[in-house]
Design a protein around this ligand. Sequence first.
Ligand code: SME
Length: 180
Amino acid sequence: MQQPSDKSVSSRLKAFADSDRIAAAKPTATNADADYSMICRQLEGLIDGEKDRVANLANCSALLWQELTDINWVGFYLIKRNKLVLGPFQGKPACSRIEIGQGVCGTAAAISKTVIVADVHQFPGHIACDLMSKSEIVVPMLKDGQLIGVLDIDSPVVDRFDHRDQQGLEELLQVLILRL
Ligand code: SME
């Protein structure tokens, strides 16, 4: 896998940490009502017995689009020939390919860890696909220890995502990955 320079990833992570501190000083996020265990059960029903990767990714993105509040984009980027390539999504048309290490998606892919950005304007190298986007969460997808892609969700609200979203989405992807 092509690796970004240490400097590029570390400067993005510093920005991420800084923006997280800004987020911590703010009042509440708007997602207290997201019921991820219910969303997980819905996903299990949608993908039960279906082995087609595109069908399952498409239904997962549609389910999250339907159930999460205050989001303007949700979808997948999948690893193909060492790049992230746009997969099933809901929202406005988006950039088709992202280099590993570039943008929020490429950073999460490079470190294989969830990245939450409270204010995308504070994240150097953020790739703006929809000018409405203010905050973002990117969750890596690991199957048998291998990175196969990322789930990306954008919000028009600053500081929309927190550790509850991270935990809920990471659990949801465990369910989804069994059917990819
Ligand atoms: N903002 C992302 C690009 C993908 S769009 O948000 C759909 C990034 O910086 O990687």
